[in-house]
Design a protein around this ligand. Structure first.
Ligand SMILES: [Zn+2]
Length: 345
């Protein structure tokens, strides 16, 4: 989005008015609309009334993070992260097919969903994973999680461009990890499996949410004769690492799930330093469970299934986690989870 100053500059550059005059017009427009629009909003209206097309130009420079559901004529430059297999289905007696293309730039990852004939069109372009592409006049719709999803529509076009260095965000690698790992439902998990499960965190165990690690090497640190010592490097200073365990349910079954370090931080929405500060202030670290919205989150988890030596039950040890509930669905889920939270021991 352009700032107010940039908008004023653009309008002035493209019209016969100087910046002060433009500012005055924006103010008047705001008054006229009884302050219902922001200065930026009023600037767009002023531009439009002057016959200027600021928005179109802005659309040309869109980044993935700027794409919202319901846009039409989106132009983007992306790198292809992943092309999924074609999935066929039958609906009302007719065969259909769908294929997803995940792509992104340094600001995020987005899905282009291809349907039926569009799949063949796409194949003709010869686009492969890792290619740089230009999308023109693409539509964006809202997917069932409330996130934007791209569609070719009638006018949309995708073409390969000269290879450019577009950096994908760090989450892209975890998306690839999730896609590369076989997705399983919880009822099908066996000890030794490595799998991707998608489910809701329905409960957190309110246990000590951290463990001590060596400040220097990050390895496990042990308490010997009342003193902490890292057997790896001899360091005596410690820091905290986060640990979280709970239950994930995917509608087919549920499993005890354990997360460490960054994965636990991502889900809890608090980091280890925060917990360390609480503890150093003499407060109860368990209070982090009171102030988190982690329960009710829809998660995509990659990890391995281990058998607990002690109980014989299986548990899921997480290597990578992504939050699936973005958008409004999350709140609905949270609300429906209120009952579950109360059962927490
Ligand atoms: Zn160490």
């Amino acid at each position: 989005m352009l700032s107010l100053q940039e908008l004023v500059g653009e309008i002035s550059k493209k019209s016969d008015y100087n910046e002060d005059e433009i500012r005055k017009m924006i103010e008047e427009k705001q008054d006229e609309l009884s302050g219902l629009v922001s200065e930026e909003g009023a600037a767009y209206i002023v531009a439009r009334e002057l016959g200027l097309t600021l928005l179109e130009e802005q659309v040309r420079n869109l980044k993935v993070k700027d794409v919202l559901p319901g846009m039409f004529s989106v132009d983007l430059k992306c790198k292809i992260a992943k092309i999924t297999d074609i999935r066929t289905f039958e609906k009302n007696g007719t065969q259909g097919a769908v294929q997803n293309i995940l792509m992104g730039d340094e600001t995020g990852i987005i899905r282009l969903s291809l349907w039926n004939d569009e799949i063949e069109e796409f194949q003709k372009t010869g686009i492969k994973e890792g290619d740089t592409v230009k999308l023109m006049k693409i539509l964006s719709k809202e997917d069932n999680l409330g996130n934007p999803e791209l569609r070719l529509g009638k006018k949309g076009n995708i073409e390969k461009t000269k290879k450019e260095d577009i950096m994908l965000p760090a989450s892209a690698s975890s998306i690839s990890i999730s896609l590369a790992t076989k997705e399983k439902t919880i009822d099908n998990l066996k000890p030794g499996d490595r799998a991707n499960i998608k489910g809701t965190l329905i409960q957190l165990f309110k246990r000590k949410p951290y463990y001590e690690i060596c400040e220097k090497c990050g390895g496990r640190i042990e308490k010997m004769n009342d003193k902490w010592l890292c057997k790896n490097c001899g360091e005596t200073n410690l820091k905290f690492a986060m640990l979280l365990s709970g239950i994930v349910d995917d509608g087919y079954g549920n499993i005890r799930t354990v997360m460490f370090r960054e994965n636990a931080e991502k889900v809890l929405g608090k980091n280890a330093d925060y917990i360390q500060k609480i503890v150093e202030k003499g407060k109860d670290p368990l209070e982090v469970y009171e102030s988190t919205n982690a329960v009710g989150k829809r998660l995509s988890l990659v990890g391995s299934v281990k058998e607990n030596d002690f109980t014989g039950n299986i548990e899921f040890v997480v290597n990578d986690v992504n939050d699936l509930n973005l958008g409004k669905e999350s709140q609905d889920l949270l609300d429906s989870m209120e009952g579950v939270k109360k059962l927490d021991s």
